[in-house]
Design a protein around this ligand. Structure first.
Ligand SMILES: Nc1ncnc2c1ncn2[C@@H]1O[C@H](COP(=O)(O)OP(=O)(O)OP(=O)(O)O)[C@@H](O)[C@H]1O
Length: 464
């Protein structure tokens, strides 16, 4: 393709619509409408994503040049020369990227600026504005397609049905890009041919009143992702859920929904949901008023009892009370802290071991046993527990899958104890860590997470 400038020869006479091309970007045939009411030309684009290359702002975007053949998808890339407030024909003003590229019609070609607009309802993929026409084109409003037709078949020869169609744009919501689990998920997504961004959840902000929900990040609107993987830490549950909800409102698939994350984080609610689903759990009690404690303790059973601070994680708020008296005094002490606590039957026969099952979809994909240190009943790895591979029973498998499902989690870590009375579910975690379980089992769980997203969106790549 020759990129020579058009000589300043005679103006081209054009009709009110014409076939044009933007050869630099591989857009060889687009039906465009002349729009003398617009100063700058506009190109209909989706997945508009600005990025920085050597200090220069560029933008990647996708154009479907043929409205009646949406499968034809051209990935474009251009330099951004400006960001302007543009008022569209419906009177709404929005910020748009202005790119510079070559425009070609009737054998002539010249550089133009055009705005990128993301408007699905645009019948023409391009509008030719005055600055593109100036000194080059004269319009005959009674005529259409005066410059002849460009064949849309040209796209059959270029790389139209590429792997790109199956490629997903994934965002991982995490405040820790260096963290083992985040890094593994990034690698797994890239290995399977997808593009992936790690987004710091707390740095996302949004305009709730906006008619079209979107999310801003570092001064820009986030691109249109196909899927998000929320890795929301317990301390930012409230804000993290709001961000996940906003993605949901934008129609983005989320590995775990905001609602499911919320259910798992509210431990009392989670216990109620697990109980309703008929899932085996240690007998558990909860009370608010100190005057009811004795009665509540009695209803749970005899000491030893396990007392848990509802806000605790990694075993930090979990205490074993050997006697009824000890249980009462611990509760009294916690009350002073205004902390909500839960009382639970102690499953002594689990002998300081619990089992972490990783559930993806409706399958347990890996399991490990965590054994507490000598003299410790809490098996959390953070409390010095050690992990090993374990084969779980069919009953345990069913309990884990059912537990994740009852909270609505598609990806979960389900902790259970082996009791004389079958598996007892302790907790369901919506952002299970991958390091321990991948190391112990040697399984590629991050890869399975990405495969699950592909299956859910029906976009498994054709090659490995
Ligand atoms: N009822 C119980 N009977 C016997 N052991 C228990 C019981 N509850 C908890 N444990 C032990 O204490 C550990 C910590 O408990 P739990 O998982 O409820 O705490 P947590 O603070 O929520 O920890 P995490 O969030 O890391 O799982 C468990 O892994 C288990 O080994």
């Amino acid at each position: 393709m020759e990129h020579g400038m058009a000589q300043k020869n005679q103006s081209i006479v054009v009709g009110w619509d014409e076939w044009v091309s933007l050869p630099e970007m591989g857009l060889f045939a687009i039906k465009a409408k002349v729009d003398t009411g617009a100063r700058t030309s506009a190109l209909h684009a989706v997945n508009i994503e600005p990025y920085d290359k050597d200090g220069v702002t560029r933008v990647r975007f996708v154009v479907h040049p043929l409205p009646d053949r949406p499968e034809v998808e051209i990935k474009c890339d251009a330099q951004v020369v400006d960001v302007r407030d543009i008022t569209s024909s419906n009177g709404e003003s929005e910020e748009r990227f202005i790119i510079r590229t070559h425009f070609s019609i009737a054998g002539q070609e010249w550089p133009v600026e055009m705005s990128l607009a993301n408007r699905e309802d645009m019948q023409y993929r391009m509008l030719i504005g005055r600055s593109t026409m100036s000194g080059r084109m004269i319009i005959d409003p009674d005529r259409s397609m005066l410059c002849g037709e460009l064949s849309p078949n040209i796209y059959d020869q270029v790389n139209v049905r590429s792997e790109g169609e199956k490629k997903l744009r994934i965002a991982i919501l995490s405040r820790e890009p260096e963290n083992y689990s985040t890094a593994r998920l990034v690698d797994a997504a890239v290995n399977r041919g997808h593009s992936v961004d790690v987004i710091n959840t707390t740095r996302c902000y949004m305009n709730i009143t906006s008619k079209k929900p979107d999310i801003h990040y570092q001064g820009m609107s986030l691109p249109e992702y196909d899927a998000i993987i929320p890795r929301i830490g317990a301390s930012i549950t409230f804000y993290g859920m709001a961000i996940v909800r906003q993605f949901e409102m934008m129609g983005v698939y989320t590995l775990n929904t905001a609602e499911a994350i919320g259910c798992s984080r509210d431990k009392l609610f989670a216990h109620q949901l697990l109980a309703r689903a008929g899932i085996g759990m240690p007998v558990t009690g909860f009370a608010h008023s100190p005057s009811d404690i004795r009665d509540m303790l009695q209803s749970v059973g005899k000491a030893p009892l396990v007392l848990k601070l509802l806000e605790g994680t990694q075993g930090r708020g979990v205490v074993l009370a050997e006697t009824q008296k000890a249980a009462e005094s611990v509760i009294q002490a916690f009350r002073g802290l205004k902390a909500n606590i839960l009382v639970q039957e102690f499953i002594a026969e689990s002998k300081g071991a619990d089992i972490r099952c990783i559930v993806i979809g409706n399958k347990v994909v890996a399991a490990m046993k965590r054994q507490a240190e000598e003299g410790e009943f809490r098996s959390n790895l953070h409390q010095g527990g050690s992990a090993s591979k374990v084969r779980i029973t069919a009953e345990e498998r069913t309990a884990a899958v059912k537990a994740a499902k009852s909270l609505g989690l598609r990806f979960a870590g389900v902790d259970l104890l082996r009791s004389n009375d079958g598996p007892k579910v302790l907790e369901v975690n919506s952002s299970p860590g991958l390091e321990g379980v991948e190391t112990v089992t040697g399984k590629n769980i991050a890869g399975q997470v990405i495969e699950h997203i592909e299956r859910s969106l029906q976009r498994a790549p054709s090659r490995r």
